[in-house]
Write a protein of this length. Sequence first.
Length: 113
Amino acid sequence: MKYKEEDDYTVYKYEDKNRCKKEEEGCAKLIKKDVSLVAKVKVKPIVCIPEHDIEVKCVGPVHLSECKRHSIKNECEFCIKQELCLRIPVHFDAETEIKEKGIVCHEEHCDEK
């Protein structure tokens, strides 16, 4: 009796247990087979950084380099260094799509079918 039908396979349900022969008639064997089930998974990453929630704070003193004087141009150059602490909230998420591929009895790959 047909139990249910899917896209690429059919499952049969055996309901009449009386049709099986008794153990003393014939021969009974236990068959074991390892199989693999396959599902194709697609993951789309989502990363959000809400810009209004970013915080910046100065840490420690400002460091100044020595002034380099250019006598011809009458200029002075120096560097300013300041360490900052950034607080950036990042939200990680993902959208997933899973498609059942079925059972693998032979060497099949997810790309097939």
